[in-house]
Design a protein around this ligand. Sequence first.
Ligand SMILES: *[C@@H]1O[C@H](CO)[C@@H](O)[C@H](O)[C@H]1NC(C)=O
Ligand SMILES: *[C@@H]1O[C@H](CO)[C@@H](O)[C@H](O)[C@H]1NC(C)=O
Length: 417
Amino acid sequence: MRQLDGRKCSFLFCLGIVVCSIIYGLIRTKPVEKPSSSRPFPIECKPVLSDIEKGNKNCQIENYLRSGGLLCSNLTTELHFINATLSREEENYPLAFIITIHKELEVFVRMLRAIYMPQNVYCIHVDAKAPMEYQEAVEKLASCFDNVFLSSRREKVTYAGFSRLQADLNCMKDLSTSPIPWRKVINLCGQDFPVMSNLELVQYMQSKEWRDKNMTPGVKQPATMRHRTRFQHWEIVGSYVVPRVPRHVKAPPPHKLQIYFGTAYYALTRDFVDFVLKDQIARDFLEWSKDTFSPDEHYWVTLNHIKEAPGSRINGGWEGSIRAIKWRDQEGKSHDGCKGHYVRDICVYGTEDLQWIIEKNGMFANKFESNTFPEALYCLEHWHRNKVLKQATVPIDPSWQLNSEIHSRTSPLNKLC
Ligand SMILES: *[C@@H]1O[C@H](CO)[C@@H](O)[C@H](O)[C@H]1NC(C)=O
Ligand SMILES: *[C@@H]1O[C@H](CO)[C@@H](O)[C@H](O)[C@H]1NC(C)=O
């Protein structure tokens, strides 16, 4: 087990949605799609790829952000942030987002501008271990928006540790007092990218199945995961989590709770968040979870299976299109292979994975890297932005077009930005 944990702790914490998502993938996904050789990637890739061929290889928004001396008015326009609410439907259903990050600033900024809408609210938890320069760049970006803020408390996040769960809770506390009347909160990590538009998210969250319900994909804790909560674990803060030696069997969970196991990703109602922060069962269970392995993968899903919790789904399983992920061991089952590369058994997408992602139509896809496969990220963001603008019911400001000439004339950023 030590060896397993040692290997695990080298994972990027935000990507480790762990084995459960394999099962999730199995259940969620349709049989293998036909090889999409006729349409290897969406049409939106064409201009992006031809730009890249012309030698216009990359755009580092990251460097732009770090360069300092930027005015917010320039920054938000030059980065093509959407600064108006695009429909009445979205206005009436503000969303809250919790984004935990520690690296890949480039992917994060592109993800933020893809999901950013002025009626929503965004809490960013920056790992207290992240380099100061990185933290300052994120602060700078957040300072340009009334509805984007950094969590008031920051943790040094340990993969599979309680600190990972605490990071989300810090944001929840801040969001619970937000004057923005957000309806549901969705958590993200820095290598996620949206597939659904904000409008589609709003519609999905209000669909018959999910209206007033929390989405926490997961099932009763399988025997193979039992060790996580049966034995006491120690978090070496900022590094890793190890089982206590010699083994120490924990007391059973408080309030006779049945432990569930699922993804660390969720979409929760505001009432549920209040319950998490205030209810005695939730608080006792949180306390009990402090010395377990990867508590973010049991905490939300367990609470969402108790009757008392607002919006709970006591018979719920893996339902909910929360993430599109290609796991290595699902090759030939739920997907036809990774066209980018695997990092610890999770696919980092290449352009030829995009058709699969788009057809799968999850809320978000994971994961992306800007250094290794920037084209996949650029293509998807063009495709996503085009969709968002097509669905808008208000006049489109030219600066919202990602490759609008109008701004590339004055901006130091090139078209790929
Ligand atoms: C902001 O943009 C204006 C017009 O595009 C430009 O003249 C000015 O130099 C920019 N300022 C900064 C600090 O980038
Ligand atoms: C959005 O930004 C553009 C470009 O800076 C500006 O012209 C427009 O007035 C802004 N719209 C709103 C609704 O603030």
